[in-house]
Ligand binder design. Structure first.
Ligand SMILES: *[C@@H]1O[C@H](CO)[C@@H](O)[C@H](O)[C@H]1NC(C)=O
Ligand SMILES: *[C@@H]1O[C@H](CO)[C@@H](O)[C@H](O)[C@H]1NC(C)=O
Length: 350
């Protein structure tokens, strides 16, 4: 698992900074520090965050553990892209530098991280891992949906609570500044949280004589985080370049013929680097050594991925399942076959 380097602290919200410190310092470290000491030692927290940190050490711990989920979701979404959300930097604070730029990728990072916090918290609440929250207490009694009436039962994810907490904690730093970048971060944080709420679904269990479903108990559940990741990835594709209006209160589209962004859209202020070559100043790791697809014409194709520098091909042997036979009853047994495949990797810049 790749972790964020410490340099991220200064630029990304202090919440995430704290998580970084925490993950770097490993678990036992947290156990040995009282919450007072721990929260006081995290660099970059604003007062409000320090307060929340002291009041809710277990919540902080949960958020820290959930970090790897949204980072790996980010890496999944961008696995075939020149920028691949790779947080293992050759230079320690490369990610920090990336975050200096108000680019589309950074917009995505903020959105998915704040979505991740909501998802993690709501799940921890439902599992009874936190003292401060549990299932949504308002989901009791009976209600109706398109199929008729049902009884609330089971555990509905308390997303409202998770959103409120994440708003209070993650956004606290941005609320202190009212510059363009703070507005951008706030907007994308909010868009991320919305992308979790959007995929709440009603799940039901049927009761009644021989499954007649005359009685249903239902609960409201969050979808798999992949759904949120997919949604934010679409928002990334359609992200709007904006500038701040003359009152400093909102955005106007950077290009006259574009529509104004809605609350679900991601917004960014600056163009991205092309991420072709290693350039610490712009937060680009370059694509040298990245695997590409020789036949694809898309972003994963060698032409695009390698930025015209060409690629090297090596033949590697892969083990695959083959000659699978069905055995009565009921197993499928396969042999291991060795297969030769060509792997193409982008040439480094010279
Ligand atoms: C991420 O970057 C590191 C260091 O440059 C590299 O070793 C690793 O293979 C990269 N991972 C991916 C998934 O690109
Ligand atoms: C490479 O791209 C082609 C065309 O888009 C696709 O059919 C193929 O599955 C890809 N190969 C791999 C290994 O992803």
């Amino acid at each position: 698992m790749n972790l964020l380097p410490g340099g991220i602290c200064i630029y990304l919200s202090a919440a995430i900074c704290w998580l970084t410190a925490e993950v770097d310092a490993s678990w036992w470290y947290m156990g040995t520090l009282g919450s007072q000491v721990m929260c006081d030692n995290i660099p970059g927290l604003v007062n409000k965050q320090r307060q929340l940190c002291r009041q809710h050490p277990k919540v902080m711990q949960a958020i820290g553990a959930g970090m790897r989920d949204w980072i790996s979701e980010c890496q999944h979404q961008f696995r075939n892209h020149r920028w691949n959300c790779n947080t293992t930097a050759r230079e320690h604070n490369l990610f920090g530098r990336l975050l200096l730029r108000s680019s589309r990728e950074v917009a995505f990072m903020y959105a998915i991280s704040s979505a991740g916090v909501v998802h993690t918290l709501a799940r921890a609440c439902s599992r009874g891992e936190l003292d401060s929250c549990s299932c949504d207490p308002r989901k009791t009694g009976s209600s109706r949906d398109a199929r008729g009436s049902f009884e609330w039962g089971g555990c509905s994810d308390h997303v409202e609570h998770a959103v409120r907490f994440s708003q209070g904690f993650v956004d606290a730093k941005e609320r202190k500044g009212r510059d363009a970048r703070a507005l951008m971060n706030l907007h994308n944080n909010r868009a991320g949280r919305k992308a979790v709420k959007r995929f709440m679904t009603l799940e039901c269990k049927c009761h009644g004589v021989s499954g007649s479903c005359s009685v249903r108990t239902c609960w409201l559940a969050m979808a798999d985080f992949r759904r949120t990741g997919d949604q934010l990835r679409r928002r990334y594709n359609g992200a709007a370049q904006v500038s701040v209006n003359q009152y400093g209160t909102g955005f106007t589209a950077a290009h006259a013929h574009f529509k104004r962004p809605s609350g679900n859209d991601l917004v960014y202020l600056e163009d991205s680097p092309d991420y072709c070559v290693w350039d610490p100043e712009s937060g680009s790791m370059g694509t040298g050594g990245r695997v590409c697809n020789r036949t694809s014409r898309g972003v994963d194709g060698c032409e695009v991925m390698c930025c015209g520098r060409g690629y090297d091909t090596s033949r590697v042997s892969r083990s695959t399942k083959c000659e699978c036979k069905f055995h009565w009853c009921c197993a499928v047994r396969c042999s291991d076959c060795q297969q030769q495949v060509d792997v193409h990797t982008c040439k480094d810049q010279t």
